[in-house]
Design a protein around this ligand. Structure first.
Ligand SMILES: Cc1ncc(COP(=O)(O)O)c(C=O)c1O
Length: 377
């Protein structure tokens, strides 16, 4: 039997996310329905779509709409996948072999280290470090970790779970290290477009000829249920990934592809992003007040992007137990930091309905009072 690490986050989410009253484990924005998003003509078009395999590499219009988001790319740089999970998997299967080494910047969506290890490759984690209230990447540490078997460096930018975004210097530094050693640079950019303020995070696509980016509709576009993701990379990498996709899913679903094509048109995207910002700014304000009221217990670096906040707490309870006991007693479900290898932290989703979020915070207060005798300041 192939050895594969338990993917704690996904397994635990799958177990409880549909049974709790307040699911704060989601890192994306409150999902849209197609009726909310599409015109009547577009909805009708979906109902008339023949449910064949379609274009297994992705509908031409969708590949063009995706390429338009990555300056310097064309549809030939794009492969459409079943969620960005499949995109990440195909990238790893295209770049790694047994005995190779991958450097993965963590914390991260733990699919990457888990799957990389399952290919038989060695994984070295490069930790982001909290420095002056910013999550920083130590480029010297990256440099020192590179060996003769290193094939790739992988980052999640904007980062899950910290909500941090790499600085210009960090991006350039990563690109020049990768170029100097002739290794691939992979960036999971699924949270690009869910910035709380400022412009969209600059893509790493094009940073080096061997840079490959993954993304999808699940988070910033609030359309996880479409199960549409993508790879944007060199035509050579895309071709390798296509050959592997023939063995995984053959191609992604045609309904999701057509709906994603509509959602990626500039007017629909702008509407989605404007709604997202409104939701995020209301929730982040509520959370900032809540943390202020609990400043003796909780500290944080406010996220720059992504619909999540990563909180550090000072209580004598593991994050796993915190998550479980909060869920069992208050039906509020949060992500334990230990599922990212960072105990003493919790990740809270901030992309949901603000009234719902307010009630979840109130229940966390009840939990803190009943479990630890703590009252808000
Ligand atoms: C960084 C990151 N990449 C990929 C995924 C998976 O996304 P998808 O639903 O598109 O497969 C997630 C889901 O949480 C994620 O956080």
């Amino acid at each position: 039997m192939m050895q594969i690490d338990l993917f704690d986050l996904e397994r635990t989410q799958s177990q409880w996310e549909n049974t709790v009253e307040f699911n704060l484990t989601e890192s994306g924005l409150h999902p849209y329905t197609l009726r909310e998003l599409l015109t009547d003509a577009q909805l009708l078009e979906l109902t008339d779509l023949p449910l064949g395999y379609g274009h297994t590499e992705g509908e031409p219009a969708l590949r063009s709409a995706i390429a338009a988001r990555y300056p310097g790319s064309t549809p030939d740089n794009v492969l459409v996948t079943t969620g960005s999970s499949e995109a990440n998997m195909l990238v790893l299967l295209s770049l790694l072999d047994g005995g190779d080494e991958a450097l993965i910047v963590t914390p991260n969506f733990m699919q990457l280290p888990g799957l990389a290890k399952a290919t038989g490759a060695g994984v070295t984690q490069i930790p982001l470090r909290l420095n002056d209230s910013t999550w920083m990447l130590d480029l010297d540490e990256v440099r020192r970790a590179i060996g003769p078997a290193t094939r790739m460096i992988s980052v999640c930018n904007p980062n899950n779970p910290t909500g941090g975004v790499l600085s210009h210097e960090e991006r350039q530094g990563l690109a020049s290290i990768a170029a100097e050693h002739g290794i691939a640079l992979h960036a999971d950019e699924i949270y690009r477009g869910a910035e709380l303020s400022g412009g969209e995070t600059e893509t790493l696509f094009g940073a080096t000829p061997d840079t490959v980016v993954t993304g999808g509709t699940a988070k910033a576009m609030a359309l996880a249920g479409l199960r549409i993701g993508w790879i944007v990379g060199s035509p050579e990498l895309v071709s390798l990934a296509m050959q592997r996709q023939d063995y995984t899913t053959i191609g992604s679903n045609v309904l999701g592809q057509r709906a994603a094509t509509f959602a990626l048109q500039p007017d629909a995207r702008s509407r989605i992003f404007a709604r997202n910002r409104a939701l995020l700014s209301q929730n982040i304000e509520q959370l900032a007040d809540w943390i202020e009221n609990h400043h003796d217990i909780f500290t944080w670096v406010p996220p720059k992007a992504g619909a999540m906040a990563f909180l550090r707490y000072g209580l004598p309870i593991s994050s796993d137990d915190f998550s479980r006991r909060l869920r069992e007693s208050q039906s509020v479900f949060v992500v334990a930091g230990s599922w990212f290898g960072l105990d003493g932290h919790l990740r809270l989703g901030i992309g949901g309905d603000p009234h719902h979020f307010a009630e979840a915070l109130r229940r966390m207060d009840v939990f803190l009072e009943t479990e630890f005798g703590l009252t808000a300041a």
